[in-house]
Design a binder for this molecule. Sequence first.
Ligand code: SF4
Length: 444
Amino acid sequence: MRSRKSDVMVGAPGLYTYGAMRIGGIIRDAGFHPQITRNISQIHGDQVFLSLFSTLHLLDPAVKEVVKRIQQKGGECIIGGPVSSGPEMVLGELHPDLVVCGEGEEAVRCILDRTGDQTDHADCPNCAYIEDGRVIKTEQKRAQDLSFPLPLIPDDIAAQDIRGAQTYIETHRGCFGRCGFCQVPRVFGRRIRSRELDEILKEVKAFQKKGVRRLALIGGTGSLYRSKEGEVNSDAFISLLEGISSIMGPKNVSCPDIRADCLTDEVLEAVRAHTIGWIFFGIESGSEKMLGLMQKGIPIDKVRDAIEQCRQYGVKPAGSFITGYPGEEEEDFQATKDLMEELTLDDVFISIAEPIPSTPLAEVVCSQNPDMDLVSVPHTGEYAGLHLSEAEARAFDLMLHADMCRPVPRITQDVHYNAYLEEARKQGADIRNVTRLIRRYYSA
Ligand code: SF4
């Protein structure tokens, strides 16, 4: 029998994600006294909400061990976070009592409301569990009202470092885009739902009080705050950045990810005045063919214009590129290198295409002949002696190329060369593992 005084904990292995802190706030607001930790060895409790942000967590022996330990001591383990896009994989690999899929606030309130021996989750939305050997999924819902209690902010949040910030905060949910590799429109939908500004600012103050010095706005769609049908609401965005920077100071705020087709002069002026002054565009590829396969929906000329516009406003443009996407041929890869050279971005981020359950990319990967995977096919060209896969070789090559394509080219030293090689190999190995796992659960 579980009483309302249960020992409830939120476990966020490795990283206090915004989602984990948000769920902690929901639990506290329901009258419990939850603890939160990112230290995996300290995760325990009668009822543990485990927030997992990477598919690799499903293969991590330490995470498997935590789930087993909680259950052996009679506790209940509930898993949520980005991994919940593939509830079958979570249930099959980690054997938790329950998975909370997608937006978890209402599900968590419902789970906490169960009393006594009641373990029937059928009435709670957004849940998945195993019954009689079958995966059961309850009704999937999205919150219509994004008013939530303050997150549960851990005492050691100030020690966290996520690309220079101590935390990300959520301003809205959803994206009207359809990018085939991204789970945002699949989890949060294509309609933008925005939070109230005064609640966001209250939250910023709470984070600051706990020692957060720098924060970033979550997601790939920064300028879509309070937008409707893809139309940027510049006034709302300006008020948002003005409000946050008046608390944190402009040099301590970043709004890193903005779609290249969601820029206005006013947005750029606000980014320059109220943030650290950088924008990371998801450029992905220099090949229109690949952008079509990725369903990016942003032509390369639009990217060129956005970068030019950034420079006019004194905002530093950076970009991310994806290589190894199914269908990428040598000429597409070369087009990406050419575009990188043309744009001379201030920074770049390179990744190998990672299939995430629920995305079109995962479907393509599951239907594809495994022998055709760029992440598995051995590279036979310029870097053959390094024993890389084709996707690893392309990622490595792009990283080296990026050094030469900066506004002031950087001579690649041995230390950089080795770091890029290691990074490309790690990404390749991780994605091969993830791909095998996804195929095991979702191939027809
Ligand atoms: S624009 Fe960004 S958030 Fe939107 S679907 Fe594409 S990658 Fe995802």
